[in-house]
Write a protein that binds this ligand. Structure first.
Ligand code: SAM
Length: 247
Protein backbone atom coordinates (compact mmCIF):
# COMPACT_ATOMS: atom_id res chain seq x y z
CA UNK A 1 0.00 0.00 0.00
CA UNK A 2 1.39 3.50 -0.79
CA UNK A 3 2.74 5.18 2.34
CA UNK A 4 0.32 8.12 2.19
CA UNK A 5 -2.54 5.65 2.50
CA UNK A 6 -1.27 4.10 5.73
CA UNK A 7 -2.94 6.74 7.90
CA UNK A 8 0.39 8.33 8.77
CA UNK A 9 -0.50 11.35 10.91
CA UNK A 10 2.18 11.63 13.54
CA UNK A 11 1.40 13.05 16.98
CA UNK A 12 3.62 16.00 17.79
CA UNK A 13 1.94 17.35 20.93
CA UNK A 14 3.81 16.09 23.99
CA UNK A 15 0.92 16.51 26.43
CA UNK A 16 -1.35 14.30 24.29
CA UNK A 17 1.34 11.62 24.05
CA UNK A 18 1.81 11.76 27.85
CA UNK A 19 -1.90 11.39 28.49
CA UNK A 20 -2.23 8.37 26.19
CA UNK A 21 0.79 6.68 27.80
CA UNK A 22 -0.50 7.45 31.31
CA UNK A 23 -3.93 6.02 30.48
CA UNK A 24 -2.39 2.86 29.02
CA UNK A 25 -0.02 2.43 32.00
CA UNK A 26 -1.61 4.07 35.08
CA UNK A 27 0.91 2.13 37.16
CA UNK A 28 4.16 0.66 35.89
CA UNK A 29 3.29 -2.05 33.34
CA UNK A 30 5.19 -5.23 32.54
CA UNK A 31 4.35 -5.14 28.86
CA UNK A 32 2.62 -2.85 26.36
CA UNK A 33 1.83 -3.74 22.75
CA UNK A 34 1.79 -0.60 20.60
CA UNK A 35 -0.09 -0.55 17.29
CA UNK A 36 1.30 1.73 14.58
CA UNK A 37 4.28 3.32 16.37
CA UNK A 38 5.25 5.45 13.35
CA UNK A 39 8.42 7.37 14.24
CA UNK A 40 8.23 6.38 17.91
CA UNK A 41 6.77 9.46 19.63
CA UNK A 42 4.34 7.42 21.75
CA UNK A 43 6.79 4.51 21.98
CA UNK A 44 9.24 6.75 23.83
CA UNK A 45 6.59 7.69 26.41
CA UNK A 46 5.46 4.08 26.81
CA UNK A 47 9.05 2.94 27.44
CA UNK A 48 9.13 5.28 30.46
CA UNK A 49 6.11 3.51 31.97
CA UNK A 50 6.54 -0.13 30.93
CA UNK A 51 9.24 -2.73 31.42
CA UNK A 52 8.88 -3.88 27.79
CA UNK A 53 7.20 -2.56 24.63
CA UNK A 54 6.35 -4.52 21.48
CA UNK A 55 5.72 -2.10 18.59
CA UNK A 56 3.95 -3.37 15.48
CA UNK A 57 4.53 -1.21 12.39
CA UNK A 58 3.55 -2.13 8.84
CA UNK A 59 5.73 0.40 7.01
CA UNK A 60 9.21 -1.16 6.55
CA UNK A 61 10.89 2.27 6.38
CA UNK A 62 9.39 3.34 9.70
CA UNK A 63 10.17 -0.05 11.29
CA UNK A 64 13.80 0.39 10.23
CA UNK A 65 13.79 4.00 11.50
CA UNK A 66 12.52 2.78 14.88
CA UNK A 67 15.16 0.06 15.12
CA UNK A 68 17.86 2.65 14.51
CA UNK A 69 16.33 5.28 16.80
CA UNK A 70 16.00 2.81 19.68
CA UNK A 71 19.10 0.71 18.91
CA UNK A 72 20.35 1.15 22.50
CA UNK A 73 17.00 0.13 24.00
CA UNK A 74 16.78 -3.65 24.55
CA UNK A 75 13.33 -3.30 26.15
CA UNK A 76 11.75 -2.46 22.78
CA UNK A 77 10.95 -5.05 20.11
CA UNK A 78 9.91 -3.67 16.72
CA UNK A 79 7.76 -6.07 14.70
CA UNK A 80 7.37 -5.13 11.04
CA UNK A 81 3.95 -6.59 10.26
CA UNK A 82 0.30 -5.92 9.54
CA UNK A 83 -1.39 -5.71 12.95
CA UNK A 84 -4.48 -7.39 11.50
CA UNK A 85 -2.40 -10.44 10.56
CA UNK A 86 -0.55 -10.55 13.90
CA UNK A 87 -1.44 -12.77 16.84
CA UNK A 88 -1.54 -10.15 19.59
CA UNK A 89 -1.82 -12.77 22.34
CA UNK A 90 1.58 -14.31 21.54
CA UNK A 91 3.43 -12.13 24.10
CA UNK A 92 1.04 -12.88 26.94
CA UNK A 93 -1.34 -10.51 28.72
CA UNK A 94 -0.40 -6.93 27.85
CA UNK A 95 -1.89 -3.47 27.76
CA UNK A 96 -2.48 -2.28 24.19
CA UNK A 97 -2.05 1.30 22.99
CA UNK A 98 -1.84 3.22 19.77
CA UNK A 99 -2.54 6.27 17.72
CA UNK A 100 -4.39 4.11 15.23
CA UNK A 101 -4.27 4.15 11.46
CA UNK A 102 -7.88 5.36 11.10
CA UNK A 103 -8.65 3.36 7.95
CA UNK A 104 -8.59 0.12 9.99
CA UNK A 105 -9.97 1.33 13.34
CA UNK A 106 -12.94 -1.06 13.27
CA UNK A 107 -11.01 -4.28 12.54
CA UNK A 108 -8.38 -3.32 15.16
CA UNK A 109 -11.18 -2.78 17.71
CA UNK A 110 -12.82 -6.09 16.79
CA UNK A 111 -9.54 -7.87 17.30
CA UNK A 112 -8.56 -6.14 20.54
CA UNK A 113 -11.99 -6.58 22.13
CA UNK A 114 -11.54 -10.36 21.91
CA UNK A 115 -8.14 -10.31 23.61
CA UNK A 116 -7.55 -10.85 27.30
CA UNK A 117 -6.00 -7.44 28.07
CA UNK A 118 -5.98 -5.33 31.25
CA UNK A 119 -6.83 -2.25 29.15
CA UNK A 120 -6.47 -0.71 25.71
CA UNK A 121 -6.12 2.98 24.90
CA UNK A 122 -6.61 4.10 21.32
CA UNK A 123 -6.61 7.43 19.56
CA UNK A 124 -9.18 7.31 16.77
CA UNK A 125 -11.44 9.56 14.72
CA UNK A 126 -13.67 11.42 17.20
CA UNK A 127 -16.87 10.49 15.41
CA UNK A 128 -15.91 6.80 15.68
CA UNK A 129 -14.94 7.24 19.34
CA UNK A 130 -18.39 8.68 20.03
CA UNK A 131 -19.99 5.63 18.42
CA UNK A 132 -17.76 3.25 20.40
CA UNK A 133 -18.83 4.71 23.78
CA UNK A 134 -22.43 5.63 22.90
CA UNK A 135 -25.38 4.58 25.08
CA UNK A 136 -28.88 3.55 23.88
CA UNK A 137 -31.24 6.33 22.86
CA UNK A 138 -28.49 8.58 21.47
CA UNK A 139 -27.89 9.16 17.78
CA UNK A 140 -24.35 7.73 17.95
CA UNK A 141 -25.55 4.38 19.39
CA UNK A 142 -25.33 1.51 16.92
CA UNK A 143 -23.84 -1.92 16.27
CA UNK A 144 -20.31 -0.71 17.10
CA UNK A 145 -21.48 0.53 20.53
CA UNK A 146 -23.29 -2.72 21.36
CA UNK A 147 -20.39 -4.80 20.03
CA UNK A 148 -17.95 -2.87 22.20
CA UNK A 149 -20.21 -3.08 25.27
CA UNK A 150 -20.37 -6.89 24.96
CA UNK A 151 -16.65 -7.10 25.69
CA UNK A 152 -15.60 -3.88 27.37
CA UNK A 153 -16.46 -0.89 29.48
CA UNK A 154 -15.52 1.96 27.15
CA UNK A 155 -14.83 5.55 28.09
CA UNK A 156 -14.01 8.59 25.97
CA UNK A 157 -10.96 10.15 27.64
CA UNK A 158 -10.33 13.40 25.75
CA UNK A 159 -10.59 14.99 22.31
CA UNK A 160 -7.57 15.93 20.20
CA UNK A 161 -7.51 18.68 17.57
CA UNK A 162 -5.91 18.16 14.13
CA UNK A 163 -3.11 20.62 15.05
CA UNK A 164 -1.68 18.01 17.45
CA UNK A 165 -0.55 15.95 14.41
CA UNK A 166 1.81 16.30 11.51
CA UNK A 167 0.44 16.32 8.90
CA UNK A 168 -2.91 17.32 10.45
CA UNK A 169 -5.78 14.93 9.63
CA UNK A 170 -9.03 16.36 8.21
CA UNK A 171 -11.03 15.15 11.23
CA UNK A 172 -11.02 15.61 15.00
CA UNK A 173 -9.71 12.73 17.09
CA UNK A 174 -10.39 11.32 20.55
CA UNK A 175 -8.74 8.87 22.95
CA UNK A 176 -10.80 5.93 24.16
CA UNK A 177 -10.11 3.65 27.13
CA UNK A 178 -11.36 0.06 26.93
CA UNK A 179 -11.35 -2.11 30.03
CA UNK A 180 -12.73 -5.65 30.39
CA UNK A 181 -16.42 -5.65 31.33
CA UNK A 182 -16.80 -5.71 35.09
CA UNK A 183 -19.92 -7.88 34.82
CA UNK A 184 -19.51 -10.27 31.87
CA UNK A 185 -22.78 -11.07 30.09
CA UNK A 186 -23.83 -14.74 30.30
CA UNK A 187 -24.79 -15.30 26.69
CA UNK A 188 -23.19 -18.55 25.48
CA UNK A 189 -21.98 -18.10 21.91
CA UNK A 190 -20.99 -14.43 21.81
CA UNK A 191 -20.42 -14.40 18.05
CA UNK A 192 -23.93 -15.78 17.37
CA UNK A 193 -25.33 -13.15 19.75
CA UNK A 194 -23.47 -10.44 17.80
CA UNK A 195 -24.96 -11.72 14.54
CA UNK A 196 -28.40 -11.36 16.15
CA UNK A 197 -27.61 -7.77 17.19
CA UNK A 198 -26.42 -7.14 13.61
CA UNK A 199 -29.83 -8.30 12.36
CA UNK A 200 -31.58 -5.93 14.79
CA UNK A 201 -29.50 -3.04 13.41
CA UNK A 202 -29.64 -4.11 9.75
CA UNK A 203 -31.83 -1.12 8.85
CA UNK A 204 -31.20 1.37 11.62
CA UNK A 205 -34.36 3.41 11.04
CA UNK A 206 -36.65 0.37 10.92
CA UNK A 207 -38.34 -1.29 13.89
CA UNK A 208 -37.31 -4.60 15.40
CA UNK A 209 -40.46 -6.08 13.81
CA UNK A 210 -39.39 -4.95 10.35
CA UNK A 211 -35.83 -6.15 10.80
CA UNK A 212 -36.55 -9.54 12.41
CA UNK A 213 -40.00 -10.78 11.24
CA UNK A 214 -38.70 -12.20 7.96
CA UNK A 215 -36.00 -14.14 9.83
CA UNK A 216 -37.77 -15.41 12.97
CA UNK A 217 -41.45 -15.25 11.93
CA UNK A 218 -43.93 -12.39 12.23
CA UNK A 219 -45.96 -14.04 15.01
CA UNK A 220 -42.92 -14.61 17.20
CA UNK A 221 -41.59 -11.07 16.87
CA UNK A 222 -45.02 -9.37 17.09
CA UNK A 223 -45.41 -10.87 20.57
CA UNK A 224 -42.27 -9.12 21.80
CA UNK A 225 -42.62 -5.86 23.75
CA UNK A 226 -39.68 -4.55 21.70
CA UNK A 227 -41.39 -5.21 18.32
CA UNK A 228 -42.20 -1.53 17.79
CA UNK A 229 -38.83 -0.21 19.03
CA UNK A 230 -35.79 0.57 16.94
CA UNK A 231 -32.50 -1.16 17.78
CA UNK A 232 -30.93 2.19 18.66
CA UNK A 233 -33.27 2.35 21.69
CA UNK A 234 -32.25 -1.07 23.06
CA UNK A 235 -29.51 -1.76 25.62
CA UNK A 236 -27.15 -4.71 25.44
CA UNK A 237 -28.88 -6.42 28.40
CA UNK A 238 -32.22 -6.12 26.61
CA UNK A 239 -30.72 -7.55 23.39
CA UNK A 240 -29.55 -10.47 25.54
CA UNK A 241 -33.09 -11.00 26.88
CA UNK A 242 -34.49 -10.97 23.32
CA UNK A 243 -31.80 -13.39 22.11
CA UNK A 244 -32.47 -15.82 24.97
CA UNK A 245 -36.16 -15.92 23.98
CA UNK A 246 -35.17 -17.35 20.61
CA UNK A 247 -33.22 -20.29 21.99
N1 SAM B 1 2.04 6.34 16.74
C1 SAM B 1 2.58 7.30 15.78
C2 SAM B 1 2.34 8.71 16.26
O1 SAM B 1 1.42 8.91 17.06
O2 SAM B 1 3.07 9.63 15.87
C3 SAM B 1 2.01 7.07 14.37
C4 SAM B 1 0.53 6.96 14.26
S1 SAM B 1 -0.11 6.95 12.60
C5 SAM B 1 -1.71 7.60 12.88
C6 SAM B 1 -0.49 5.26 12.29
C7 SAM B 1 0.70 4.33 12.09
O3 SAM B 1 0.20 3.01 11.82
C8 SAM B 1 1.59 4.68 10.90
O4 SAM B 1 2.94 4.65 11.32
C9 SAM B 1 1.32 3.58 9.86
O5 SAM B 1 2.42 3.27 9.05
C10 SAM B 1 0.95 2.40 10.78
N2 SAM B 1 0.11 1.39 10.14
C11 SAM B 1 -0.80 1.55 9.14
N3 SAM B 1 -1.42 0.40 8.85
C12 SAM B 1 -0.89 -0.54 9.69
C13 SAM B 1 -1.11 -1.93 9.87
N4 SAM B 1 -2.00 -2.60 9.12
N5 SAM B 1 -0.39 -2.59 10.82
C14 SAM B 1 0.52 -1.91 11.59
N6 SAM B 1 0.77 -0.59 11.46
C15 SAM B 1 0.08 0.10 10.52
Amino acid sequence: MPRQRLGQHFLIKGSVLERIAAAACPTRADLVVEIGPGRGALTEKLLKRAARVIAIELDPYLAEHLRRRFAAEPRLEVVQADVLATDLAQWGRAAVAGNLPYYITSPILEKTLRLDVPRAVFLMQKEVAERVVAVPGTSAYGFLSAHTALFADARLLFAVRPAAFHPPPKVDSAAVLLEPRRHPLEIGDGEAFLRFIGQCFSHKRKTIRNNLAAIYGKETIDAWPEAGLRAEQISLDRFAEMYRRLS
